[in-house]
Design a protein around this ligand. Structure first.
Ligand code: PLP
Length: 400
């Protein structure tokens, strides 16, 4: 008899974490590896946030909190949603979880029945389809081509919706492509959703403060407030505040849904870390200058990386409006042979050969359900990125 359950056997471990693990092992063996594979800002957590955590410990805030999070943090989240997204929530419409990942997990496990469909534009973040599958749902992937900026077309959303569709899951700006929707593009999608009242909307806006070149990311509810009674707005402090290790994510949604997620969380992890919650209050309500400072650096790095990649033979990289990823096509390299004698048969072979021969870790597109591409995270020190781009250029120029 298998040790593991059928449910667990349906999913695979996160491929982005798997590749980072290989890269870390190579580094531990003394190899010179630059890892562009993980979605984690290189910046330190801002000083004011760390101080708030220390102060919370000194005050004795080291005990259980309400399962759905402290009143202080839920209130801070309502202020954040009102200030940054233009969405009014009440504290009882908010849940705090151990990262946005747990929010997604709670939402899917708490609402899906076997066979329920979840429409997901692809390329998509590695965890979406697996969380849906784990929750007995069926991911319905809708390809979004590079020609359309990796964005979902309304007619493709319309065609993907069936009577069994339970959720539409959107990530805006998107990991892995950086694609972000303008107000008009979002309105075209929400118009489709308005015609299908049985479909709930999960919008993962965790990267929405990281947009560039004056672009303003449009959130679902700011564009179509009438969707509020069936929309879950997911967010967190990991990316914008360089707080990946603190594990605080949150969401706003209709009270019955928030209660369902609270019930599930009460029988699994209970409240998220009390000290991290106090730190998140400071992150969301304290001075926001560090967010803008990091955003500016990310914008410079985006341009550095896109310009360098487009000089590589066989590579074609779009310039995305948000997040800290680019998703270049490497289709022009497929079928060629590396200096080390490896035949690039697909994007995985490209990423592995690049890691082995030049010590640059990226993630192959198949991990994001969209092969023929690689994902590069540019949340690394600028000097490191420059060196990585030199290596990628050398690698591509060496292909024959
Ligand atoms: N959503 C997206 C699109 C992400 O890229 C990530 C992390 O990579 C998360 C959610 C999870 O973030 P958290 O650290 O809050 O669990």
């Amino acid at each position: 008899m298998s040790l593991t359950s059928e449910r667990l056997d349906r999913i695979q471990p996160s491929l982005t974490i798997a590749i980072s693990t290989v890269a870390r092992k190579m580094i531990a063996e003394g190899k010179n590896v630059i890892s562009l594979s993980q979605g984690e800002p290189d910046f330190d957590t801002p000083r004011n946030v760390k101080d708030a955590a220390i102060a919370a410990m000194e005050r004795g805030e080291t005990k259980y909190t309400d399962v759905a999070g402290t009143q202080a943090l839920r209130k801070a989240v309502t202020q954040k949603f009102a200030r940054d997204e233009g969405i009014e929530y009440k504290p009882e419409e908010i849940i705090i979880s151990t990262g946005a990942k747990q929010v997604l997990f709670n939402a899917m496990v708490g609402t899906l029945n076997a066979g329920d469909e979840v429409v997901i534009p692809s390329p998509c973040w590695v965890s979406y389809p697996d969380i849906v599958t784990l929750a007995d749902g069926k991911p319905v992937l809708v390809p979004c081509s590079q020609n359309n900026g990796f964005k979902l077309r309304p007619e493709d959303l319309e065609a993907a919706i069936t009577p069994k569709t339970r959720w539409f899951m959107l990530n805006n700006p998107c990991n892995p492509t950086g694609a972000a929707y303008s107000k008009d593009e979002m309105k075209a999608l929400t118009d489709v959703l308005m015609r299908h009242p049985h479909v709930w909307v999960l919008t993962d806006d965790i990267y929405d403060s990281l947009v560039y070149g004056g672009f303003k990311a449009a959130t679902v509810l700011a564009v179509e407030p009438r969707l509020k009674d069936r929309t879950l707005t997911v967010h967190g402090v990991s990316k914008a505040y360089a707080m990946t290790g603190w594990r605080i994510g949150f969401a706003g949604g209709p009270v019955p849904l928030i209660k369902a997620m609270d019930k599930l969380q009460s029988q699994s992890t209970s409240n998220p870390n009390s000290i991290a919650q106090a730190a998140a209050v400071e992150a969301l309500t304290g001075q926001q200058d560090t967010v803008e400072a990091m955003r500016k650096v990310f914008e410079e790095r985006r341009d550095l990386v896109v310009d360098a990649l487009n000089k590589c033979p066989g590579v074609h990289c779009s310039r995305p409006d948000g997040a800290f990823y680019v998703y270049p096509s490497i289709q022009g390299c497929i079928g060629k042979t590396t200096k080390g004698g490896t035949v690039i048969k697909d994007d995985e072979a490209f990423a592995l050969a690049l890691l082995n021969e030049e010590g640059v870790a990226t993630v192959h597109g198949a991990a994001f359900c969209y092969p023929g591409y690689i994902r590069i995270s540019y949340a690394n020190a600028t000097e490191e990125l420059r060196e990585a781009m030199t290596r990628i250029q050398r690698f591509c120029e060496g292909l024959h």
